[in-house]
Design a protein around this ligand. Structure first.
Ligand SMILES: CC(C)C[C@H](N)C(=O)O
Length: 481
């Protein structure tokens, strides 16, 4: 349904999207993704540099000259009744955006056992675990458009028991997915949930948990017609921090370490590639994994969890329940390491998802592999770079935060390629995105292009989603057998 507000937002969204360090006051409408132009190598470093990018762009404008992106924007507008900021930001990576839109459309509006208004309400429940006002507001509106009862938006006391009973699973999957097991399914089966309804609900929850990470990770602002969204940007980042999804940063936290630049990173990647080191033994691999896991527990986020605003708190139960570190979770009993070679997406998750919720396995599979393999062979201003080692390190580090170990990956690479600040950022965005501050965003990947920071956030979204689904679908499989 198109209405004036939606058309308005299409027009106005250029002025209020990102609370990003790159925000300028001028409302530039420039296309973001440009083809690299090959230049002569830098005489000092021998690296090829792409001098043809403009780092002032924040989102891909509605008037983009890229045909593929333009078409996707039209699709997104028709699907979502608006061209939202998430879509415009993902517009930097049109091949990915296409799969994202296809999957989200299927989850919310395609064939499936759950009524449409339930799907949007589940999206609200999921986003509320991370206090993601942006997604909550979007789906409150969609919920009403789908004929949902306005009273439900007062909070869980007003919703049907069946839906309310999802709370426990929503909470566990969002923060400690390793606790999920078949007993949760058994419990919900007694509350009139069919297995296929549950699988759809689980995929919707996981999708919106991970999308909340993306929204905070990139600092996406509210839509113009939502609370706090229809404003001009503040002049300084500290002014009026209320209208953004970033928390204001009062702590002088640890993010002051100098960053390893792109050149050093590239040298390290090259060394790893050329290294003649013998394949580490299984035992050695396990030790390296445990080391990374152990170290991650030291990367705590100083400062308190932000307290949710009234419009969000009404949806949140057990507010205190959140991610806990490996060292505190009593690894042996409650959460043994999840071995991805014993239960993997490719061999297990994919087929059980497809079987119980037709088509979803294929859609997710394409989206995972797009995010995992996406590359433009660039790093900052350097072109012709094989970035796979860096990208793999990010993906597997996220799984490691969830206690998932891939036997064939050498976790030594994580420590060589991801420095402390970046690990801290990844951990915050993955585990408690609501705590991310603008300063955290500013302090990482300083030499990267804006579109590359978005790229990293796409990987965070997908790796987190896959990790959560691995636990959830393993629980479903245990229930079925
Ligand atoms: C995250 C980025 C460093 C990815 C890089 N720009 C690439 O095209 O592979």
């Amino acid at each position: 349904m198109w209405n004036y507000t939606n058309l308005q937002s299409l027009d106005l969204n250029r002025n209020c999207v990102l609370e990003s360090p790159l925000e300028t006051e001028s409302l530039k409408e420039t296309c973001v993704y440009k083809k690299c132009v090959k230049k002569a190598p830098d005489p000092q470093t021998g690296l090829h540099r792409n001098l043809n990018h403009n780092d002032n762009e924040k989102i891909v404008p509605v008037s983009t000259s890229e045909d593929q992106t333009q078409m996707l924007f039209v699709d997104a507008f028709l699907q979502n009744n608006r061209l939202d900021h998430v879509t415009q930001l993902m517009g930097y990576h049109p091949n990915y955006l296409e799969m994202f839109l296809r999957t989200q459309q299927y989850l919310l509006r395609g064939d499936g056992p759950l009524p449409f208004h339930y799907r949007h309400y589940i999206a609200i429940m999921a986003a509320s675990r991370h206090q993601c006002a942006y997604l909550i507001h979007l789906h409150e509106q969609e919920f009403i458009l789908q004929g949902g009862d306005q009273d439900w938006l007062k909070g869980p006391a007003f919703i049907p028991t069946k839906l309310r009973k999802l709370h426990e699973v929503n909470k566990i999957l969002a923060h400690r997915p390793w606790l999920f097991n078949k007993s949760h399914i058994e419990g919900l089966r007694k509350e009139a949930w069919s297995v296929s309804e549950l699988v759809q609900a689980i995929v919707i929850m996981a999708h919106f948990h991970a999308l909340s990470s993306f929204v905070f990770g990139c600092g996406i602002k509210n839509e113009p017609d939502h609370h706090g969204g229809f404003t001009y940007r503040p002049h300084s980042p500290t002014e009026n921090s209320n209208d953004s999804d970033y928390t204001s940063d009062s702590s002088s936290d640890s993010n002051s370490e100098p960053e390893v630049g792109i050149e050093i990173l590239m040298e390290r990647m090259k060394k790893l590639k050329e290294s003649q080191e013998e394949e580490p033994t299984e035992e050695e691999r396990r030790k390296r994994f445990e080391k990374v896991e152990f170290q991650s527990a030291e990367l705590t986020k100083p400062g308190k969890k932000p307290s949710p605003k009234a419009e969000i708190i009404k949806y949140v139960q057990d507010e205190e329940f959140c991610y806990i570190d490996f060292t505190k979770r009593g690894c042996t009993e409650e959460a043994p390491t999840f071995r991805a070679n014993e239960y993997s997406w490719d061999d297990h998750g994919f087929s059980i998802a497809n079987r119980l919720y037709s088509e979803i396995g294929n859609l997710l599979d394409e989206k995972f592999s797009m995010a995992y393999n996406l590359t433009y062979y660039t790093m900052g201003e350097v072109i012709d770079v094989d970035t796979s080692a860096f990208r793999r390190a990010i993906w597997y580090y996220i799984h490691c935060l969830y206690g998932i170990m891939h036997d064939d990956y050498d976790y030594g690479q994580v420590n060589q390629l991801l420095e402390r600040n970046l690990k801290q950022y990844i951990k915050t965005v993955t585990c408690y995105p609501e705590r991310l501050t603008k300063k955290d965003y500013d302090n990482v990947m300083k030499e990267f292009k804006h579109s590359e920071k978005v790229h990293v956030n796409l990987m965070l979204l997908e790796a987190r989603l896959q990790g959560e689904l691995l636990y959830a679908l393993r629980g479903v499989m245990q229930y079925m057998t």
